[in-house]
Design a protein around this ligand. Sequence first.
Ligand code: GLU
Length: 496
Amino acid sequence: MADPVRVRFAPSPTGALHVGGARTAVYNWAFARRKGGVFILRIDDTDAERSTKENTAQILRSLGWLGIDWDEGPDVGGPFGPYFQTQRAEYHRRALDRMKANGSAYPCFCTTEELEAKRATARAGDGHAGYDRTCRRLEASAVATRLAAGEAHVWRLAVPVDRGDIVFADAVRGRTVFAAGDMDDFVLVRPDGTPTYNFATVVDDADMQITHVVRGDDHLSNTPRQILVFEALDRPVPTFAHLSMIWGPDGKKLSKRHGAASVEEFRDMGFLPDALLNYLALLGWSLDGETTIVPPEVLKTQFSLERISKNPAIFDFDKLDWMNGAYIRDMEPEALVARMLPWLEDAGLGSASELETRHDWYLALAQLVAERAKRMSEIAPLARYLFVEEPAMDPAAAEKAFANEDAGRALAAVLTACASLDEWNPAAIEAALRSLAEVLQFKPKVLFQVVRVAVSGSAVSLPLFESMWLIGRERVLARLEAAQSVAAGLDSTRGL
Ligand code: GLU
């Protein structure tokens, strides 16, 4: 049987989790789940200056919010830990020792100035790209003496002279070739003993028995170097899958300038985790070329590396809005109520205790807004007039709706009709208003607009009859009365 799939997401905690990184995490996670494999979270915190605890916490929080769970990682542990790269120094040292022993790593004592001079010569035209391997030619005894004397040095990879081109089958890009001649004896370990990215990553991937490396194609040029290190360590080379970048609509790398770029920014804009997860999954992958709604359960059972696209992905905010709206519509009202409460509370509307006492009211509200909100952030503004005692009246809307000189008379009639209704529910309210329109010889649409502005304070609102029901009869009557005065005021200034 094939080895179980082991994949990792290895973010550097140097900033917030970008949606590009999140997409890489989604693909790794979905692939592991699909294959019944293991998804590992490793924190590549070797950049001491820019890595922070807060960034790590935010990355974990963002992934958790998206619904991505990991089987091994910094917080959950696992048999291949530690899962912070800086805590793996011992493993990096041991790997270097193995390479020293098998001759695939050598110390280089060239100073920065010497290297700079070599580069200048190379530029002037001796044709050799990269390090000229001066220290690779040193006598073993000379090396031993200089090491014993404590002379500053780095450790370089001794690229095998007869290695030939580096060819690998990328799971996304297909056969990928790097010319042997371009491979430099690059640095594995710096003078201070810290490993470079290409060395630490391979040691960790090898020790963690990673079978597939799925990551952004900004790392493509590192891959041949990493393959050489796997070979030098005599460890199996994993399968690589390089994902194309995510561009903003203007063809530039997606950044905050486009509106949002980090997972938490999208969260704060009112996107749902499942919708963002779905959107990111489809940003460069497809289930069958047409299905757009791919919930996590489907992703976990259907994801495949074969269906990842080679082409750059363009982030389309309108499509994400559409998708988020679809997820809001499809949510169970109970779940939507729970999701929307914090948004309402942030806007100073509603409360958990009110939710307890008016549960059905909240459920009805959820059903009403579900049809209209594309983002969670839109719900409070849409629903404000249903909560407050007296909504603000938009003067322009009042001016327009109450311009009809019969508006005052209509409002009075509606008030009477509402006051005398036997039952207060959307169907009864609608029936009353429709028959009133006939009596008043108003087009129903016109009458409804007058009432809408009166009860919501605005020319656009959630559906009228449901709104009136949710506002409650007492408040509706009060608002109709207040609107009558507004209409009368407009009437008295008319013709002046
Ligand atoms: N820490 C690296 C990054 O965030 C990991 C790259 C890799 O997956 O090898 O880009």
